[in-house]
Design a protein around this ligand. Structure first.
Ligand code: ATP
Ligand code: MG
Length: 255
């Protein structure tokens, strides 16, 4: 049994409905600080839905309903009085398609911290530099910060989006298939960056690429049609899966 103090996010008996359709059924799991936790499963298994509950992005959809509980550092984030704006600052989300703003590289990173009240050129310069360094993009863009972010390659744009999330100084980083549109070299750069970042953050990585999950995560949950089939140490799950369905999935027999 994991100690409560070692749990960053605790999800208990979470069910999620889009109208009459149930997308998650009784999901229970605990995510620890300083780990990369993987969520894998075939299309429509509920991976993105689960991720979006963790920063309440799911609230933006009309007609949804949830039961069960989710706690971040012991704080109930599904409570009606939860500060959702504050929560989304603490729990950042990176989507599968890079979505830079049609502004300069610098502005992409400085905009949100400025809106959140960070003032002064020096303070913003520091955030821009630190977040680009953490996303391992600084060396490639430091001499062109005023150029449009849209001129960057797809892989660079995705690291820019990761930097933009980091600029908000989150505690948890959620990534929903962050490399699905990228070439192998850009993918490897993102994975290497995540490995560096895990010392300072809790990372939840959704991927339907089992090889990526095997390479990049410490622990993993296998989700199938809204149910958790198996949770465990990634090496263990990939070498001796406890459930036949997990075995079938990771050996490519379905999904
Ligand atoms: N806005 C929505 N309205 C109604 N149903 C939805 C909505 N979003 C998702 N669903 C349904 O919920 C189920 C889970 O979807 P979800 O996007 O979480 O799956 P996923 O595992 O992320 O799939 P993929 O690998 O394709 O991204 C699917 O059956 C999907 O059709
Ligand atoms: Mg998805």
């Amino acid at each position: 049994m994991t100690q409560e103090s070692e749990i960053k996010i605790r999800i208990e008996d979470l069910s999620f409905f889009f109208g009459d359709f149930q997308a998650l059924d009784g999901v229970t799991l605990a995510i620890q600080p300083q780990e990369i936790f993987g969520l894998m499963g075939p299309a429509k298994s509920g991976k993105s839905t689960l991720l979006r509950v963790l920063n309440r992005m799911c609230d933006l959809i009309v007609g949804v309903r949830m039961t069960g509980g989710v706690w971040l550092d012991g704080e109930d984030i599904l409570a009606p009085d939860c500060d959702v704006v504050g929560l989304r600052r603490r729990v950042g989300l990176v989507l599968s398609r890079p979505t830079p703003l049609p502004r300069s590289i610098y502005e992409n990173l400085a905009l949100a911290p400025r809106l959140a009240g960070k003032k002064g050129r020096n303070a913003l310069d520091e955030v821009v530099e630190a977040s680009l360094k953490a996303a391992q993009l600084w060396g490639e863009v430091k001499d062109r910060l005023q150029e449009s972010a849209l001129k960057l390659s797809g892989g660079q744009q995705q690291r820019l989006c990761l930097a933009r999330t980091l600029a908000m100084e989150p505690e948890v980083i959620l990534l929903d298939e962050p490399t699905s549109g990228l070439d192998p070299i850009s993918t490897a750069k993102i994975e290497a960056t995540l490995l560096q970042l895990k010392n300072d953050y809790t990372i939840v990585l959704v991927s339907n690429n089992t090889k990526q999950i095997a390479r990049a995560t410490d622990r993993v949950a296998f989700l199938l049609m809204g149910h958790i089939i198996e949770i465990g140490d990634t090496k263990q799950v990939f070498t001796v899966p406890a459930d036949q369905k997990t075995d079938d999935y990771i050996s490519g027999r379905f999904g």
